[in-house]
Design a protein around this ligand. Structure first.
Ligand SMILES: [Zn+2]
Length: 505
């Protein structure tokens, strides 16, 4: 388009031809038009947004069709910002603008005095520029120190001094974020964090559709889609949002965490960085590991020791999975293994990616984030283990331990060494076949399956495990210990560092 339309005259002629595909309309109509085209063609509206098909997306579609300014209400890590950024995909690919204009003036109806002067002087010969849609999305994280000047603009004394211009001359204006978003989408994240005065300013813009920069006689009629995000509790708390502003936001749309584990796994699998091939090695993440990592987030969201108001972001399973893979990568490089297969043990090594992802209630604070994270992992392993292998008879394996058998497994133990130990336990390695891992599969896969079985039995308290760094000094129980007296080391022994060695007995 930019090739054939170079001047205002070209632009006028193209607009007069219905077949040019070029149309001039306000942003909200433009987004609505493009959405309607996608709906008609049956296109995916928001590629990469998983699990919102029947809940959030229909409401979002309605808000756009209604030409509403809207707000997404949800806890952290519910893809709110991502949805807002994806709105840019509903804009026209390019729009004609006055080249160099900070507020993206429409050549047919420029707002700023500089552009108006140019059009008046050059007429239809004025050059037209083309603005791609990616540059028409402006985002601002609300903080209490955001000022009206940041949002709307103020006098630029340097411009004034340089040009020898009077301070009320429009050419001395420094535009704020809103005018710079003109003819595009303006997104404010965490709206309740904006000071009341700024909210009043926003209300005026939504109400009047124009802004006035302090000290200047001109009003700018901005063309914007305004979208917001907020934590639902902050948004509904009395006094956080001025009522007239709330009243001007057309639709409130509630987001949510994945409703099913499989939705969660799809998101995590899509977002986590797993495309790594150190030294050309391949990565193979077993399905049960995806399940365990996702289940941690589900259990964390249901855990009463964790603050429900701030939520547990989907970033938790994403970063956890990345860290698991990294621990497996580290082991595989040291032991020269291929493929790289993460184990449940690596999930414990990924605790640093979990502890920052939740806020603790008082009771949780007493126990500490590290200990809560361990409980979550153990609970998640127990759940997935029960689903996958709950129907299996594990008695032979359990008896082997009850007879005094013990295994020593660290998170850096090479797969071959792990299997050498595991083969001494009757029936243990064979269980991997029930996880769809053939007995003759590559050693790292079988080792991971064995590790899952051991961790599952531990999670279900069928065997005990210590995270004892001085594990060699631990005495073997000479005979079966009554289950009720089995120590739960995680609960009683605070550990100085990350898990290094594990001792199953
Ligand atoms: Zn301009």
């Amino acid at each position: 388009m930019g090739k054939t339309i170079e001047t205002l005259g070209d632009l006028k002629r193209a607009l007069a031809r219905p077949d040019s595909g070029l149309r001039r309309r306000p942003v909200k109509d433009e987004i609505r038009d493009n959405l309607i085209r996608k709906l008609r063609n049956g296109d995916t509206l928001f590629p990469g947004i998983i699990g919102y098909e029947d809940t959030v997306l229909p409401q979002l579609t309605n808000a756009i069709l209604s030409r509403h300014n809207f707000i997404l209400l949800g806890l952290r890590g519910q893809a709110k910002s991502r949805i807002l950024r994806d709105l840019a995909g509903l804009l026209d690919e390019v729009i004609p603008v006055m080249p160099g204009c900070e507020i993206h003036d429409d050549p047919l109806d420029p707002l700023c005095s500089a552009c108006r002067a140019r059009v008046a002087a050059e007429g239809d010969d004025v050059t037209v520029g083309w603005l791609p849609r990616e540059l028409r999305f402006v985002e601002k994280l609300a903080t209490p120190d955001v000022t009206i000047a940041d949002m709307v603009g103020d006098i630029d004394p340097i411009k004034a001094a340089r040009g020898g211009l009077g301070l009320s001359n429009e050419l001395t204006m420094h535009y704020g974020l809103l005018p710079r978003a003109n003819r595009g989408i303006f997104a404010i994240n965490e709206l309740p964090d904006l000071a009341g005065k700024i909210q009043v300013g926003l209300f005026n813009i939504l109400q009047e559709g124009d802004i006035q920069i302090k000290g200047y006689p001109v009003r700018l009629r901005l063309d914007l889609l305004m979208v917001f995000t907020a934590n639902p509790e902050d948004y509904t708390a009395r006094g956080k949002i001025i009522t007239p502003l709330k009243d001007r936001i057309g639709s409130e749309i509630r987001t949510h965490y994945p409703l099913t584990r499989s939705h969660g796994m799809s998101i995590t699998g899509q977002e986590a960085w797993l495309d790594r091939r150190p030294d050309g090695r391949t990565l193979d993440v077993p399905p049960y590991l995806y399940e365990v990592v996702e289940e941690i987030a589900f259990q964390a969201r249901a855990e009463r020791k964790i603050d429900k108001r701030s939520g547990v972001s989907q970033r938790m399973p994403i970063t956890c999975l990345e860290n698991c893979v990294s621990n497996a990568e580290r082991r595989a490089l040291a032991a020269d293994e291929d493929p790289i297969v993460p184990r449940v043990t690596d999930v414990y090594a990924a605790i640093p990616s979990l502890t920052g992802k939740f806020e603790l209630e008082y009771e949780g604070e007493l126990r500490g984030a590290d200990s809560i994270a361990r409980d979550l992992i153990r609970g998640a392993v127990g759940t997935v283990f029960a689903e996958r292998l709950g129907h299996m008879d594990m008695q032979r394996v359990i008896e082997w331990f009850d007879m005094g058998g013990a295994l020593q497994i660290s998170d850096t133990l090479p797969a071959a060494d792990l299997l050498k130990q595991a083969r001494g336990v009757q029936g243990l390695v064979e269980l991997s076949e029930h996880l769809d891992v053939a007995a003759d599969a590559p050693a790292p896969l079988v080792a991971s399956a064995v590790d899952f079985v051991l961790e599952g039995l531990y999670a279900q308290k069928k065997i005990s495990r210590s995270d004892d760094r001085g594990y060699q000094a631990v005495e073997q129980p000479p005979r079966r210990t009554p289950r009720t007296t089995e120590p739960s080391f995680d609960e009683t022994l605070p550990l100085p560092g990350p898990v290094k060695k594990k001792y199953y007995n």
